[in-house]
Ligand binder design. Sequence first.
Ligand code: NZQ
Ligand code: ZN
Length: 408
Amino acid sequence: VYTKKPNITPRRYSLMKRYLTMLNFDYRNPTHIVFGKDRIAELDKLIPADARVLVTYGGGSVKRFGTLDKVMAALGSRTVFEFGGIEANPKFETLVKAAELARKESIDFLLAVGGGSVMDGTKFIALATKFEGDSSSLLFHGFSPVPVDAKDVLPLATIATLPATGSEMNAFGVVSYQGGKFPVNHPSIYPTFSMLDPTLTFSLPKIQVANGVVDAFVHVIEQYATYPVDARVQDRMAEGIMRTLIEIGPITVAEPENYQARANLMWSATSALNGMIGVGVPFDWTTHMIGHELTALFNIDHAQTLAVILPSVWRIRKTQKHAKLLQYAERVWDITEGDDDSRIEQAIAKTEAFFQQVGLKTRLRDHDVSQDQIELVIEALKAHGMTALSESGDLDLDISREILQMAW
Ligand code: NZQ
Ligand code: ZN
């Protein structure tokens, strides 16, 4: 909730410091987390015995690595249907088919087994199954809750196989539709429970693990690198998650079966976007909003768009984010030498090097996007109403263009 959106330059910050305070907030997160290895059999206790279950999954990794068989065994004699084929960046058209199946078979419980795309897609299925009318209308509410009665939302749970998005413990999903990516949000799409078993992620390709490290890191950043509101718990939790990701990121990419490292990645990713660090503080989702257009236009993985955009957002907005970037430099990277500007630049350079160290590229041109194509991104941002981004709402298309040019 934005109650005020001050454009904070260092000078204004020093004048306003004593008045900046935590914003009012409500916080509730009903998701029961079931963390640890070998717990799939507990599904039997967690899902009502008489439930008619639809198990949803992606392109088949859960079949190849045996997770689906274990899930089916744990569901025992319940009536169970399957819907596979939810693609990365899940498509509206695919999800509508799943909702039709759920309606036809009177499904009353959805179980998502997969990464962010399957979890997000299943949240949309939960909203669309009982929705009368054109379910594409559910996609145009931005970050406001979609207008659906709680009683008309199917309960869902997840078994997360990719630690990255935080979808397993939040009330958001992102759906691809007609060349755009659209957020959906509703208080009834928090998973009732989410199983987080680090061993189910051992089969991930290295690049997906790297994506997860960077996505989680940038989720923290988007709720942290704005302007200070004296939110000490949120700041220190955010800094703790970032330091953890810096410590374990390269290890968990290099050693897929290192349980300790993967367990820490998994809980970092969930903690980054389950709402805890975001209460009472301003947000700046600019990197995500520009990144979503890059995925929709050029099919670049979600986290890889973030690794490209974030450093340029910071370089262009370092005046507005001055105080927080200095705090970030000192508390996350232990940078205490040099003047303010040089500390901030060192912190940005270290962040970029960290993204590269885990295996992601940090330049748009490395993703085969030409400089001319930047205009396509600007047009898409315009078409999707992304013309007043950032914590102060003053980041317009001209500034987005500068960010993209610098990121190229
Ligand atoms: O489809 P399958 O065969 O399962 O393969 C997937 C997919 O190809 C594979 N994979 C997943 N778990 C695996 C595995 N392969 C081997 N072993 C496993 N254990 O990984 C590939 C990518 O999966 P995907 O679910 O697309 O990745 P991710 O978890 O990064 O999710 C990305 C989606 O989440 C959205 C993004 O926009 C994107 O659509 N986001 C959702 C958010 C939320 N709900 O809060 C916030 C994020 O910022 C993000 O926008
Ligand atoms: Zn993300």
